[in-house]
Design a protein around this ligand. Structure first.
Ligand code: 13P
Ligand code: SF4
Length: 334
C-alpha cells in the first residue's frame, strides 16, 4: 500500500489526481462520512457537481455562497468539490485551512482566458480604469483586480462604483455585456467566455419552448445575449433555484450546466425542468462542464483519505488577491 501511494503521489503532478486501486467491497459513502468526522473536514460542492457528490456535501451552493462558507468554516480541512479557482479562492479566504481539490485538472475556460500578466498589461494601457473581475479567475489575476464579483452580485458591485469612474470588466464578455445593459454603464470588456454557456442553441431553445407552452426560460448570465433576451429570469445558479421555487410556472427550460437540475428537482419535485439544448448536441439534451465533471466520488474519497491533491497559494499573492475579494464580500453584504 505504501509503495502504491508513493507511486500515485509521484504521478499526481502529471495526472492531477490520486490513482489508487479501491477495494471493491468499500462503502465509499460511509468511508467519506467517517473520514470527514475523523479529520474535522467539510465538503463544499458547487451545483454543477455530479449528484452523488452534491448529496454527500455539507453545503452545496453558488460561487458566492461557497466563498462565504469557506471563509467562516471552523473545519480543519476543506474538500472543495468544484473547480480550481473556487478552491483557490477558499484558500485565499481562509489560509490556515488545508484545501483539497479531488482533481487538480478541474479548470475553467473563463479562468484560462485571462492571465495575471495579460491583465496587468491591459490595465497599464488604461490607467484611468479600475478593474472588476469575475470570480472565475486565478489568484494571479485577482492581484491586478480592484474588485471581484460573482454572477449573483455583479450588478450590485458595478452599481457601487461612482458613475464617472471608467471600468475594465474581465474575463466574461457575456456577463459583462449583460451587466452593461442592466446598469447602463459602458465597460471595457475582456474577450473571455464559458464554453458551456456559449454552447446553447437559441433555435433549439425556441423550438423547445414552442413544444411546451407556458414554460419559462431561465438562464445564467454567462450565456450569450440572444439567449438572455428570451429568458424570463437571468441569475446565478442559486438565483435560478430560488426562482423556480417561488415562481408560479410549472415548467422551466433551464439554460445553465445540467448539474443544477439535481438540486432543482429536489427543491421542486412537482415541476417540470427541461435542460436547454446545446448547438452540437444531438444525442443528449444537456450541457455539462467537462471540468466540473472531472471530480468523482472515488477521487473525493481518495483525496480526503490521503489529503491530496492540495491547493496552495503563494502567501504574498494570497494577501494581494484577498483585498478585492474582501471588498466584494463587504459590498455584497450591504
Ligand atoms: P455561479 O454558481 O456563481 O452562478 O457560477 C456559475 C459558474 O459557472 C461557476 O463556474
Ligand atoms: Fe468555467 Fe463554464 Fe465550467 Fe463554470 S461552467 S467552471 S464558467 S467552464
Amino acid at each position: 500500500m505504501e509503495e502504491q501511494l508513493n507511486l500515485a503521489k509521484a504521478n499526481l503532478k502529471k495526472d492531477g489526481f490520486l490513482k489508487l486501486k479501491l477495494d471493491p467491497s468499500l462503502n465509499i459513502i460511509e468511508e467519506i462520512k467517517r473520514l470527514k468526522t475523523e479529520k474535522n473536514a467539510v465538503i463544499l460542492a458547487h451545483y454543477y457537481q455530479v449528484p452523488e457528490i452534491q448529496d454527500i456535501a455539507d453545503y452545496v451552493g453558488d460561487s458566492l455562497g461557497l466563498s462565504q462558507m469557506a471563509s467562516k468554516t471552523s473545519a480543519d480541512i476543506i474538500v472543495f468539490a468544484g473547480v480550481h479557482f473556487m478552491a483557490e479562492t477558499a484558500k485565499i479566504l481562509n489560509p490556515s485551512k488545508k484545501v483539497l481539490l479531488p482533481d487538480l485538472n478541474a479548470g475553467c475556460s473563463l479562468a484560462e482566458s485571462c492571465s495575471g500578466e495579460d491583465l496587468k498589461a491591459f490595465r497599464d494601457q488604461h490607467p484611468d480604469h479600475i478593474v472588476v473581475t469575475y470570480i472565475n479567475t486565478s489568484a494571479d489575476v485577482k492581484v491586478y483586480s480592484d474588485l471581484v464579483c460573482t454572477s449573483s452580485n455583479a450588478e450590485k458591485i458595478i452599481n457601487s462604483i461612482p458613475k464617472d469612474q471608467k471600468i475594465i470588466f474581465a474575463p466574461d464578455k457575456n456577463l459583462g455585456k449583460y451587466i452593461m445593459e442592466r446598469t447602463g454603464r459602458d465597460m471595457l470588456l475582456w474577450d473571455g467566455a464559458c464554453v458551456v454557456h456559449e454552447a446553447f442553441s437559441l433555435d433549439k431553445i425556441v423550438a423547445l419552448y414552442n413544444q411546451h407552452p407556458g414554460a419559462k426560460i431561465i438562464a445564467h448570465p454567462e450565456s450569450e445575449s440572444h439567449i438572455l433576451r428570451v429568458a424570463s429570469y437571468v441569475g446565478s445558479t442559486a438565483g435560478m433555484i430560488d426562482f423556480v421555487k417561488q415562481d408560479n410556472a410549472q415548467k422551466f427550460i433551464v439554460a445553465t450546466e445540467a448539474g443544477i437540475l439535481h438540486k432543482m428537482k429536489q427543491e421542486v419535485p412537482e415541476k417540470e425542468l427541461i435542460a436547454a439544448p446545446a448547438k452540437e448536441d444531438n444525442t443528449c439534451a444537456c450541457s455539462e462542464c467537462a471540468f466540473m465533471r472531472l471530480n468523482t466520488l472515488e477521487k473525493l474519497y481518495l483525496c480526503l483519505k490521503h489529503e491530496l491533491p492540495e491547493v496552495t497559494v503563494d502567501p504574498e499573492i494570497s494577501k494581494k488577491a484577498l483585498l478585492p475579494i474582501e471588498r466584494m464580500m463587504e459590498i455584497s453584504a450591504r
